[in-house]
Design a protein around this ligand. Structure first.
Ligand SMILES: *Cc1c(COP(=O)(O)O)cnc(C)c1O
Length: 431
């Protein structure tokens, strides 16, 4: 599959190039040249297919011929070696748990898939790349874990000192091997600004191939479309009229769901559930897209003021406001509402959610008010113990740590402290 830049000022390129470069030379996001819907049989017979079989069929057109079928089969099998259970709360609401991977973040799937693609492209040791990421918490751990030990890929993660949770910090800083953690004296925005400066630094990029591992990268973004198919497989016999509520930050996950819909998955509607960072909620009301600086919330992985994938969503719906509105609703919720929702989930359903999932649950409730016949699935994007302080404070009950978390908690943190862009550059050049 070839990809074009949404800025339309760069040549089309292959899947391989799109993955290695991350962003097009004109700074546009890459988008596939075509989307061919899967056969109707595929969805009718989905019950008989395993997760890997579903994923293979769904992603094949986007990665072939550069990744041959037999390699792709192995990549999806390795990527998806854990569960994606749906838990039904009542006749109208279910949740799809995306936190059963090694770092208990939904980003595990995208990171593992992308890492294996890069590993394959470097099989002859000709395409060594450095993955540079800034993280406010969850991305870093998933990327670190997904890329651990992948030959020819060096990973450098920048995180704001003292501003990620202890568990998240341990997930970033204890792996070793090809994973390096830089502890930045500053905020997440400072980390992100340094990463951006690095990508634009000609001296640096002439000496090394830098790429990103956020949902801008097609190999991290597209595999997220599997989730919607896995949920459909589990629910379609018992529920018609399935709607997904996706707690959204950069809108990569929901946009992948829309790609699943383009492939023919019978999904009716999407709910983009936002915290106070609500640029898309406001857009759907006013038609005005007005990015703002992000504000801090308890669902901090969604604290994004200018969602990078919104431009892909507009492309999917052909830049038509009416079409977009037909397919997407969006609601925004405060931290207080989120806390009440978390408590309500626990009291009414004995379900412990994390703050992001709780925002998704609120999105379902808002949508169902006017669409009582729908069955709304909210995505649970992180395990509640990743946000332990908030969760325990609300439900007033101690949570036991899952095995994945216990494994890292006692390991020794290794990080390099930096303060300025020059520190980062020196680190990259001396490596
Ligand atoms: C990244 C993240 C999100 C937001 O996903 P996007 O694809 O950026 O919209 C939601 N919840 C959690 C826990 C996350 O880590």
């Amino acid at each position: 599959m070839n990809y074009y830049s949404l800025n339309k000022q760069a040549p089309n390129t292959t899947f391989k190039n799109a993955v290695i470069k991350g962003l097009a030379p004109d700074k546009g996001l890459y988008f596939p040249e075509s989307i061919t819907p899967l056969n109707k049989d595929f969805f009718e017979n989905i019950d008989s297919l395993s997760h890997s079989e579903i994923a293979f069929e769904a992603i094949k057109q986007f990665v072939s011929p550069e990744i041959p079928d037999n390699i792709l089969k192995t990549i999806v099998e390795e990527t998806l070696s854990f569960e994606f259970p749906v838990v039904t709360l009542n006749k109208s609401i279910s949740t799809l748990e995306l936190f059963h991977g090694p770092t208990m973040a939904f980003k595990d799937v995208g990171a593992r898939f992308m890492a294996r693609c890069l590993g394959y492209f470097n099989k002859d040791n000709t395409n060594e790349v450095t993955v540079l990421v800034a993280t406010s918490g969850d991305t870093g751990g998933a990327v670190a874990n997904g890329f651990l030990g992948v030959k020819g890929v060096n990973v450098v993660i920048l995180y704001p000192s003292g501003k990620v949770s202890d568990i998240q910090e341990k997930q970033l800083t204890t792996l070793g091997q090809n994973i390096k953690a830089l502890e930045v004296h500053g905020t997440f925005d400072d980390c992100q600004a340094m990463v951006k400066t690095a990508f634009l630094d000609d001296e640096l990029t002439s000496k090394m191939q830098l790429t990103s591992a956020n949902s801008i990268n097609v190999a991290r973004w597209l595999p997220q479309l599997f989730y919607f198919m896995f949920a459909y497989k589990q629910l379609h016999n018992t529920h018609k009229n399935i709607v997904f509520s996706v707690p959204s930050g950069n809108f990569g996950n929901i946009c992948a769901g829309m790609m699943a819909q383009q492939l023919g998955l019978p999904i009716n509607h999407f709910v983009a559930s936002n915290n106070a960072n609500n640029v898309v909620t406001r857009y759907l009301i006013s038609r005005l897209y007005e990015p703002k600086s992000s504000v801090q919330t308890i669902s901090n992985a969604m604290d994004v003021g200018n969602p990078s994938n919104f431009i892909r969503i507009q492309e999917i719906y052909k830049n038509k406001f009416e079409t977009l509105k037909e397919h997407v609703s969006s609601y925004s919720f405060s931290d207080d509402e989120t806390r009440i929702a978390l408590k309500e989930l626990y009291t009414n359903y004995n379900y412990v959610a994390d703050p992001h999932g709780a925002v998704g649950y609120l999105g379902c409730k808002s949508y169902l008010k006017n669409h009582p016949d729908a069955h709304c699935v909210f995505l649970e994007t992180a395990h509640p113990t990743k946000f332990l302080d908030v969760v325990e404070d609300i439900i007033k009950e101690k949570q036991s740590l899952p095995e994945q978390i216990q494994l890292v908690i006692d390991k020794e943190k290794v990080s390099v402290k930096i303060s300025t862009y020059d520190d980062l550059k020196a680190f990259l050049l001396n490596k």
